[in-house]
Structures are given as C-alpha cells and as structure tokens.
Ligand binder design. Structure first.
Ligand SMILES: Nc1ncnc2c1ncn2[C@@H]1O[C@H](COP(=O)(O)OP(=O)(O)OP(=O)(O)O)[C@@H](O)[C@H]1O
Length: 859
C-alpha cells in the first residue's frame, strides 16, 4: 500500500522534470485556468500536480514567429498571438479554459497595448479588465523563450522591463513591441523611422542566427521533454497493466478461496452428519443393550424364582412325605424315604446344575455387557474424536473465513485503489496524450526546420569531408612517395655502410664461464670502441714464453692483439648480438646475399648464439630472423612489394650434404651442390615455400630434431655436423598496370658450424671419426679464406670439401659475410681460443671478388 502511494506520488511528480522555462510557463498557464476548469482543478488538487498542465503558448508563439513579419501585417500578427494564447491549447485542457482564454483574447482585441501593460484587472478607463496582467510586448527580446503570453502570465520584473525598453530600439518594425512603440510615438520624426529600419536590417541577420540557435536548444529541450513524457507515459501504462494484472490475480485468488471455503463447508457438514449418525447409533445401541440386559435379568430372575419355588415345593413335598412316613409307614417308609432322598439328591444335582448353567449364562451376559460397554466406550471416544475433529474443522473454517474476509477486504481495497488509479491514470493519460499531441505538433514543426538545417549542415559537412579526403589523399600520396624515396635512400646508405665495413665482417663472442669454471680464466683485456664507449671492439691477450737463457722459466711474451667489428663479452645477451646484426638480415630484403656463420671451438656457444633457447627468452639469431623477415614482408607490402620466402635446412655430416627436412624413416640420400651456379643450387632438391613465420618455425624445429648431435667431453650436446639454414627471399614491385617494375632476390645463409676440437683417439671411435672430419673441413675452410684473404679471386678451390662448396656462393662477389668467432674464456682452452681468434683475424682480410673457379679436388 505504501509502495503504491510512493509510486503514485513519484508518477505525479514526474512533470517537474520539464525544462525550467517550460515548467514556469506551464505552471503559470495552469494556475489561471485552474480557477476556471473544474476537471483540471481535480487533477491538480488530487495529484498535487499544478505544475504539470500542458501549455506551450509561450514557446509556440515564440517559434511560430520565426522571421519578422512584413510591416503591413502587425495587427494580424498580434491578433494571432492573442488568439493562439486563448485557443490553441485550452481545447486539450478542457472547454472552460478554452472559453476563458478566448474571452480573454476577445477582451484583449479591444484593448490598447497601454491597457495591456496596466495592472491586471483594470483598463485605461479604470474599468475591469479580464485580460492578462502582462503580455510581453515582444517575445524576441525575451530571454525566456517559453515566457507565457496567455492568461496567467506573471507581471514582468523590473529587469525584464528594462531589457524590453533597451531592445525595443533594435527590434524589427513588424514585431508586436515595435508596433506598440509606433503607436505611442507616431509623432517621431521620419529620420528616427529610417534609423530604426537600418538598425532592424542590420540586426536581422544576428537575430536569425540567435533564433536558429534558440530553436536548436528549444528543439533539444522539447525532444528531451518528449522523451521524458514518453517514458512517463510508458511507465504509467506499465503500472496500469501491472495493477490490472494484480486485480486479475486477486480475483483469481478470491475465487480459489471461495471454492476452498465451499469445499471445507461441505466437509464440515459431512463430519457433522457423521457425528450425528454415530450419536444416534450409539443411543440406539445403548437402549437396545439396556433392554436386552433387562430382559435377560428378568428371565434369569424369573427362572431362579421358578426353580426356587420348585425347590421349595419339592422340599415341602419331602417334608410332607417324611411326615407321612413317620406317621404312617415304618421301614417301607424308610425305603421310600431313601428313594425320596435319592430323588431329592438327584433333584438337588439337577437344580445345582441348572443353577450353574444359569450362573454361566449370567457370566456370558456379564461378558456381553462388558463387551457392549467397551464398544460403547469406543463409540464415545470416537464421538469425542469426531467432536474434536469438528472443533478443529470449525477452527480451520473460521481461519479460512477470516482469510477469505481479509482477502476480500484486500481485493476490495485493491479494486478501490485500482479504480482510483485508473481514474488518476486515465486523467493522467488523457493529460499526457494531449500534451503529447501538442508536443508532437510542435516537434513536427521544429523537426521540419531542423531537417532543413540538418540538410544544409550535412551538405556543408559533405563538402568539408570531400575537401578533407582530397587533401588527405594528396598528403598520403606525397608521404608515400617520400617514404619510397626515404626507403631507397636508406637502401643506398646501408649499401655504402656495408661496403665500408668490408666483405667479411668479423665479430667475436666470449662465452660466460659457469660458476665452477670461474677460477682459471683467460685475461682478455677488452678494448672499448672509439666510436661507442659502451661497446668493445678489441682484445689483448697476454702471452708467456720460455726464457731461452733459463729453460723452464716462463717470462711474458708479446701480447696478442685482436681487433674486430665488435666483441661481445660474457655479459652480452643474444638480444645484443641480434641488435648488432639485424641490419644485415634486413639487407636480405633489399636483395642481398648474406651469410652469417658461427665458428669456434666445440662448446664455445655457436648453437647457443644461433638457435632458439628453450626455457628462457633469450632467443638466438635464427628465431629472431624468422620474425624479422616476416615482419618486413608485411611492412614492405604497404610500400607495394610482394615477397615470397623459400627455405631449406641442410646438414654437412662426414663431408656429405643431407636435407635435414627429409624423413628419417629411411637412410637419407646425400645431395649434390651445383659447383658453378652463382646461387646455391642443389641438384634434385626443392626449396620449401614458407607462407608465414609459423611455416619457417616448423621447418627449423624439424631440422633441429634431425641434426646429428652427440655428447662429447666438452659439450653434452655437441653438433657433429655443419648445419645451414638457407632462405631465398624474392620480392617484386608492380606498377598500377600490374607490370613488374622492380625485383629483389636475396639469400640468407645461417650456418652453425661444428666445433673445432682435438679428437681423442682413445675415446669413442665414431666421435673420433666425426672429429677428424670436422677438423679437416674447418681447416680447409681456413685455407680457402686464407687464399681469399691474400687477394686471390680466381682459381680458389671450393670443391674439395662440401662445406666450402656450400659456402662458395656466399663468399663470392656482392656477398655479405659475417663471421662470429666464439671463444671459451677458460685458461685451459687458451691455445684453441687464440687459434680461433687468429683465424678470424685472417678472415677479416678476405676481399671477395670472384666465385672461385674449379681447381683440383681432393675427391
Ligand atoms: N653466451 C652463453 N651464455 C650462457 N651459456 C652459454 C653461452 N654460450 C654457450 N652456453 C652454454 O654452453 C654450452 C655449449 O654451448 P653450445 O652447444 O652452443 O656450444 P657449441 O659451440 O655449439 O658446441 P658444439 O660445437 O660442440 O656444438 C651449452 O650448454 C650452452 O647453453
């Protein structure tokens, strides 16, 4: 109930959400009509809703005014305004308000504006005046678009009056107020009129802009109000629906309870009937029993009496006979007496038996009486139970009756409330729909205007968009051109830098010692780069030699100096390594042949630097290259390039070339390298087309699994072969006609060489054999590089070993080769480390020119 009241109040308060101007306008209009309209007064009184009644006289008038009317129409304009004030809206509010407003409008027709500005209730002649207290002389000047011009408008405040008097000068001549002024100042000079006209013309534009602005905001407010009204309406409808549903539910409940009551009543009647029957039966049974008992008692008594009298008679007879005997007969009499006493005895027996029988009968009768009595008790208990049941049922029934009464009361209350609500809601809906009608009309008018404005704005926006799009397209094109030029410039600069860096660039990486190895380390004496203080590009390793004057005594020898492009010390990560070489990888996209190989003693960290690191994030060169290449393919796509990537993963094991991707189910067949082709070509072997990074990753994983590795003294998982990942990257750029205008063919070889080692003759023969073969192929590589380093460009023999045959295209003209020399930091490996560094030093001297013609082969 309380909730209902709350909802009800909330509903009725809803119209206060109107825009403030609208609310004030509506409020004033309604207060006036309230005194004259009974129907509305009811709404207002009962709903406390005086603020809600719909009147948009002010806003409507303001809107319909639109542009200033021609000078010849002011009278008609003013008439319309008054008429509107009285006739447009009251119809929706009730006939009485319409009548009053019309009366007011009619009364106003005859009054001058001076009259209208007088206090409410008087006219110029002091007579009663039923018109408004104030009619704004010109609502253009009003800051409140919703200011009421209808009955009940508030008298203007001083500030309003001031505002009116100042704006009157610039007001259009056709406006109400201007006309009013004209009426008062007919005697003003013509020059004033001209000035007023000029002012009016100059202000018209501003006026229109302001009004458009005002209309926009008004439209917005009306839309908001409309939305809130619609929401309100929907809420009211919903609540009405809910109330109806509740009433139906209550009705159903009442009907159910009625049928329950009838059912219970029937049950009660049945129980009462049953109790009555039981009562009656009991009475009957009791009576019958009493009668039977009495009859039996009587019978018994009668039988006893009879037997007694028989017995007495016999006794009398006996006494008589005895007397006779005594009197008459002697012995005979005595015999007879004996007989008689026998007879007597027998008779006595019979009598006793009969007595016993009678007693037995009495006993049976008593039992029967007991049985009957217990039946009677049972019947009485049942009767009691039935009475209790009856009591319970009566109580239950009373409860039900009370519930029914309560529910009936509730249903009646609900019905009453529903009726009330329906009444309220009806009037509310009526009011809201009339408001809705008004608003709809108003909105329609505003929407039409808004549509026109919208169309204009949209056109303008389209024009601006078109201009912007053209501008953006031009900018994009010029930026694209710039980007392409920049790319080409970068390309050229990069080329120059690479050329400056030499054909074979060498970088060194020192493997960090493990914790247990930290005691005996080589003293590397790193040298900081002159170009970048954070980088090292040289090493000096102190040496010792035997003092020839004192054999066995070691004295410091000439230190070994090594300068490389970069030295990565034991603190550097694979990330640092890739940062340094990423541009070289990038140049493959520009169509370069690049070869990166890792050389070094077994266990010095070649595979660590090349491959994917499992378990930590410090991936090596191969996985980082994978993502870089496919990232570049995507980036260059935006610049019009289309790239295809093909790959192969090979292994040189025991100087034979194998495909690491071939199935390992059968023994793999060795492959043959084309000894003279400019590019690496393998007979009968196809490269795999790699669509994306995942394809390449899968390929690398397969190869890693297939590679020959074994546990050696220096490395648990020593590579027993040289592995080569070959990527052929082919890019084409087409013009708009689809013709190929540029082609780039790059090749990237990433080579993880097997480690140089001192083979142990006494160890595993297979590992020894592998070690010998690895060492031979590496030392032949040194020979080849030494030849190239001595400036031999022709006739260098690459064919003696499969490894050098494979590397030949990478060591030819136009190739960029980067050698990583990996070294151990341990003192025990110092000789091997110095040997590796010296080999790297030689490799730096290589000047690549020719491809090396076929020469003598060891095969
Ligand atoms: N920079 C490094 N940081 C940490 N651990 C390293 C580094 N370099 C190598 N290692 C570790 O040293 C061990 C040998 O490295 P790796 O297998 O890369 O040597 P390798 O030169 O490839 O040997 P081989 O020639 O026998 O194949 C590995 O356990 C590896 O994890």
């Amino acid at each position: 109930m309380e909730e209902n009241t709350m909802n009800h109040q909330t509903r009725l308060r809803a119209p206060t959400k109107l825009p403030p101007q609208l609310t004030s306008s509506i409020g004033h209009g309604f207060t006036q009509s309230q005194s004259q309209s009974v129907g509305l007064q009811e709404i207002s009184d009962s709903q406390n809703n005086a603020r809600a009644p719909p009147t948009l006289a002010g806003s409507n008038a303001g809107l319909k005014r639109g542009l200033p009317a021609p000078v010849s129409q002011p009278e008609a304009k003013r008439k319309n305004l008054f008429e509107r004030a009285g006739t447009e809206f009251p119809n929706k509010l009730g006939g009485s308000l319409g009548a009053t407003s019309t009366r007011n409008a009619n009364a106003l027709k005859g009054a001058t504006l001076k009259d209208l500005n007088r206090p409410y209730g008087t006219n110029a002649s002091g007579g009663a005046f039923a018109g408004p207290r104030h009619i704004p002389s010109n609502s253009y000047t009003s800051t409140n678009n919703y200011a009421s011009v209808g009955p009940g408008g508030r008298p203007p405040s001083r500030s309003h009056a001031r505002a009116r008097s100042t704006t009157r000068i610039s007001r259009p001549a056709t406006s109400l107020g201007t006309r009013d002024e004209g009426h008062h100042h007919k005697s003003d000079s013509t020059s004033n009129a001209v000035n007023a006209n000029n002012n009016t013309n100059s202000n018209n534009v501003t006026d229109i802009d302001e009004r458009v602005g005002r209309m926009d905001s008004e439209l917005q407010k009306v839309r908001e109000f409309m939305e809130s009204t619609e929401k309100n309406n929907a809420n009211v409808k919903e609540e009405l629906e809910a109330a109806k549903k509740r009433a139906v539910a209550l009705e159903d409940e009442r009907n159910e309870l009625r049928s329950e009551k009838a059912r219970l009543k029937d049950k009660l009647d049945d129980a009462e009937r049953h109790v009555r029957n039981l009562d009656f039966d009991l009475q009957q049974e009791r009576k019958r029993h009493e009668r039977v008992c009495k009859e039996m008692e009587d019978d018994h008594r009668r039988a006893l009496a009879h037997k007694d009298s028989d017995f007495n008679r016999e006794m009398d007879k006996l006494e008589k006979l005895q007397q006779e005997f005594e009197e008459k007969c002697g012995a005979e009499a005595e015999a007879r007496l004996d007989n008689l006493s026998k007879e007597n005895k027998e008779l006595r027996h019979v009598l006793e038996r009969q007595k016993r029988d009678h007693e037995h009968d009495i006993q049976l009768l008593n039992d029967d009486i007991h049985k009957r009595e217990s039946e009677l008790r049972k019947a009485e208990e049942e009767l009691k139970k039935a009475a209790n049941e009856r009591k319970d049922l009566e109580q239950h029934l009373r409860g039900h009756v009370e519930t029914i009464d309560r529910l009936r009361k509730r249903a009646e209350d609900a019905e009453e409330r529903l009726a009330k609500d329906q009444g309220h809601l009806g009037s509310q809906i009526q009011y809201l729909s009339s408001t809705l009608d008004n608003k709809s009309e108003r909105i329609q008018a505003l929407e039409e205007e808004a549509k026109a404005l919208q169309a204009k704005f949209e056109q303008e926006i389209e024009n601006i968009k078109l201009a912007a799009r053209t501008h953006i397209a031009q900018e994009t094109n010029s930026l694209k051109l710039k980007l392409v030029k920049e790319e080409e410039r970068r390309h050229k600069l990069f080329e120059q830098v690479q050329e400056l860096k030499g054909n074979i660039r060498v970088m060194c990486r020192i493997k960090p010692p493990s914790d247990r190895e930290k005691d005996a380390l080589i003293k590397f004496n790193p040298r900081v780069s002159e170009l970048d203080e954070e980088k090292i590009d040289g090493l000096t390793i102190p040496t010792e030699r035997e003092d020839f004057r004192m054999p066995g005594k070691m004295i410091p020898g000439k230190p070994k100096d090594f300068n490389f492009e970069r030295v990565f010390d034991d603190r550097c990560t694979n990330g640092d390594v890739f940062d340094e070489i990423s541009q070289l990888v990038q140049s493959v996209m520009d169509g370069k042949k690049v070869c990166i190989f890792c050389y070094g003693q077994t266990g010095s960290g070649k595979t660590y630097t090349m491959s994917k690191r499992l378990g930590d994030n410090d991936d090596g060169i191969i996985p980082r290259t994978q993502s870089m290449i496919f990232g570049e393919v995507e980036r260059l796509k935006a610049l019009g390039w289309e790239y295809t990537v093909e790959g192969s993963y090979l292994e040189v094991y025991q100087d034979k070339l194998y495909d690491l991707l071939a199935s390992r189910h059968s023994k793999p067949e060795p492959l043959m390298v084309d000894p003279i082709a400019d590019e690496l070509t393998i007979k009968g072997h196809d490269f795999t087309l790699l669509h994306d990074e995942r394809d390449l990753d899968n390929m690398v994983k397969t190869a890693d699994n297939n590679r020959h590795t074994a546990a050696t003294v220096k490395n648990d998982r020593s590579s027993r072969s040289h592995s080569i990942l070959v990527l052929k990257i082919h890019g084409v750029k087409k013009n708009e006609a689809g013709e190929v205008v540029k082609v780039r063919k790059g090749t990237l070889n990433l080579i993880d060489l097997a480690g140089s080692e001192t083979p142990d003759k006494n160890g595993n023969p297979q590992i020894y054999k592998e070690g010998v073969e690895i060492n031979s192929s590496l030392s032949y590589l040194r020979t080849v590089l030494a030849n190239l380093g001595q400036g031999k460009t022709e006739g260098v023999d690459f064919r003696s070993y499969t490894l050098t045959q494979l590397l030949r295209p990478s060591l030819g003209k136009g190739c960029r080769t980067l050698m990583f020399v990996m070294v151990s930091p341990l003192k025990e490996n110092e000789n091997e480390t110095i040997r590796s560094l010296e080999f790297a030093k030689d490799a730096q001297k290589v000047k690549m020119g020719g491809n090396g013609g076929p020469k003598t082969s060891r095969k």
